[in-house]
Design a protein around this ligand. Structure first.
Ligand code: ATP
Ligand code: MG
Length: 220
């Protein structure tokens, strides 16, 4: 299924710069006249926000891994149906902070509890087969990403460094396996340099998808 809009996701380990870069790219694209929706997982809908609270609250005790992956997927199913697909149908540029590849990288490569094919089947069920047009991998070693985090570690960040290394390698393997969708960026570079590359890649993609420049750009 193709939509008039464009679906772009941001992936990478903790502290790689997903949220700050997504916000800056959204502001840049809006200034260019593109209609942009920014969103994130988990918690991109009101129901998803409740699910996110469960996922990230260490005080609730041990969340069993099967329940964890199903909660992430419940959040995603709601998010796709309620927010992402309607925006794509309306022709918007959807910038999403984490999506299905996070499930493969964390639950698949990080925990190594299920084969990737099992996870892909579950993801397909949750998303009805919606994959991004482009995925940016902000690649950093976990030592760098985790030291950029200022706040107390949440449930996920408390996991071992080995877990985070597997997540990073998982992301790199996913990007390598599907180079037409992924753009791998070295996120140890200065923030401005990374943002510059994100803008260039995104504008090139949008020019192929929107034959006419956006209205405000035509006026200017
Ligand atoms: N290339 C960079 N160089 C230096 N600092 C950076 C760079 N990229 C991001 N940072 C800083 O690292 C911190 C974490 O960035 P950000 O919150 O965007 O990461 P994130 O990938 O969204 O993390 P999380 O997975 O925890 O949500 C921020 O303070 C940000 O300014
Ligand atoms: Mg973030």
């Amino acid at each position: 299924m193709t939509y008039p809009g464009v679906f772009i996701t941001f992936e990478g380990p903790e502290g790689s710069g997903k949220t700050t870069h997504l916000r800056a790219l959204a502001a840049f694209l809006r200034a260019q006249g593109y209609p942009v929706l920014t969103t994130h997982e988990p918690g991109g809908t009101p129901i998803g926000q409740r699910i996110r609270q469960i996922l990230l609250d260490p005080s609730l005790g041990v969340l069993t891994p099967r329940a964890e992956v199903l909660l992430f997927l419940a959040d995603r199913a709601q998010h796709v149906a309620q927010r992402i697909v309607p925006a794509l149908e309306a022709g918007q540029v959807v910038l999403c902070d984490r999506y299905a590849d996070s499930t493969l990288a964390y639950q698949g490569y990080g925990h190594r509890q299920w084969p990737l094919d099992t996870l892909r089947d579950l993801i397909h069920f949750a998303t009805q087969g919606l994959w991004p047009d482009r995925t940016f991998l902000l690649d950093v070693p976990p030592e760098v990403g985790l030291t950029r985090q200022g706040e107390a570690p949440d449930r996920i960040e408390q996991r071992t460094l080995d877990f985070h290394r597997r997540v990073r390698e998982g992301y790199r393997a996913l990007a390598q396996a599907e180079p037409a969708r992924w753009v791998l960026l070295d996120a140890t570079q200065p923030w401005d340099a990374v943002q510059e590359q994100l803008r260039a890649h995104t504008l090139a993609l949008l020019r192929t998808r929107f034959p006419q420049p956006p209205a405000s750009a035509r006026r200017g």
